[in-house]
Design a protein around this ligand. Structure first.
Ligand SMILES: [Zn+2]
Ligand SMILES: [Zn+2]
Length: 374
């Protein structure tokens, strides 16, 4: 089979690898149908995730079909159509019992991190019964793919931890894939304003298209003043920080209203300053964490009911054999107007799932690129 293999900073290759095998009784093998690239994959590529060893197949968001089950698997069967979420969990250890599946003592972020991941034609998924989600009939597979990471991350780590509520002024800092997914999830709670802040006008346009009431391009560094104007000088009831750098963390603190709640989704690589000296009298709450994927079943119901369409976050389609080209596009996301890039395998074609590798879209992109190069 083919897989995307990481060979150290900046080096990836699409190459042959042996088919994965059942290694533990609770494993299943999944034939990947669709997978997608994540900002975390780019961090790995930059050498920013040292736990990822050279030789590792990366990728942690996919959908596919179960082709083999281990002897301890009870709830899944061969041919089940499933979401492979970013974190796996046993459901039985102490953190799992507390609902902290991302901190599972036997699981957590394994795929594409400490074991081979899902940017491949097949993948071994451990702790399968308690980790995979069956895709109900009538749910678009690309919508389901968005539930492997970005939608539950936006909802669980962002919207729920910031306690977004009816009539709130919400600010989302960062309108990349996770920021946009956060906006979609926030709409379930009916905030009065959803203000998106970014440096990229295309992403801000997308934010407006999917539900942001106001957008701010912070190229001029005036986001604080603009949020204050939009909120009659009070600031935001809820701020969700999706970037993970000291400047945006500082901005988040400056735009919080009294009693405001801040949730951090962004992954920080540096320590930051928390201004207790000005925040302590103002009843501020700060929360952070990693997605537990506990809301995937609810999100699937919302997709099934037609009340959530996360496939609107898909900007590009490729066949998985074009994955290196897809990475080039994703690395230049702003220039290429890329949000989520879906890669489909021949399994998707066989299953007749819709929007398969979207040949027309692919041809359109090629023609556009050729025309642009003339
Ligand atoms: Zn991800
Ligand atoms: Zn566990």
């Amino acid at each position: 089979m083919k897989a995307l293999v990481y060979y150290g900073s900046g080096k990836i290759s699409w190459e042959d690898k042996p088919l994965p095998k059942i290694e533990h009784p609770a494993d299943v093998i999944v034939q990947i149908s669709k997978t997608t690239l994540c900002g975390t994959d780019l961090a790995i590529l930059r050498g920013g995730v040292p736990d990822v060893q050279p030789g590792r197949t990366i990728g942690h968001e996919a959908t596919g079909y179960v082709t083999e089950i281990g002897p301890a698997v009870q709830d899944l069967k061969v041919s089940d159509h499933v979401i492979i979420p970013c974190n796996t969990s046993c459901g039985r250890c102490e953190p799992c019992r507390k609902g902290l599946h991302s901190s599972c003592e036997r699981g957590g972020w394994l795929l594409g991190h400490t074991i081979d991941g899902v940017q491949a034609e097949y993948a071994r998924v451990p702790l399968a019964d308690s980790s995979l989600f069956r895709i109900p009939d009538g749910v678009d597979e690309e919508a389901a793919l968005m539930l492997a990471d970005i939608l539950p991350t936006g909802l669980e780590v962002g919207v729920k931890r910031a306690e977004v509520g009816l009539g709130d002024a919400l600010v989302v800092i960062g309108a990349g894939p996770v920021g946009l997914a956060t906006i979609l999830a926030a709409e379930f709670y009916s905030p009065a304003r959803i203000i998106a802040i970014d440096l990229d006008d295309n992403r801000l346009a997308k934010a407006r298209e999917i539900g942001a009431t106001d957008t701010i391009n912070n190229k001029d560094g005036k986001a604080r003043e603009k949020v204050m104007t939009l909120t009659e000088g009070r600031g935001a009831d809820a701020v969700i920080e999706v970037i993970g750098n000291p400047a945006t963390f500082q901005l988040a603190q400056e735009i919080l209203a009294t009693g405001g709640r801040m949730a951090n989704i962004g992954i920080f690589h540096k320590s930051t300053e928390l201004h207790n000296e000005t925040l302590w009298t103002r009843n501020i709450t700060l929360r952070m964490g990693v997605v537990d994927n506990s809301t995937v079943p609810v999100l699937l119901k919302m997709v099934q009911a037609g009340r959530l369409d996360p496939s609107s976050l898909v900007s590009h389609h490729f066949h998985i054999n074009e994955i290196l080209e897809a990475y080039e596009i994703f690395k230049n996301a702003a220039q290429e107007q890329a949000i989520k890039i879906v890669l489909s395998t021949d399994a998707a074609k066989k299953a007749g799932s819709n929007k398969v590798s979207n040949d027309n879209e692919f041809i359109r992109q090629i023609v556009e690129r050729v025309l642009a190069s003339l």
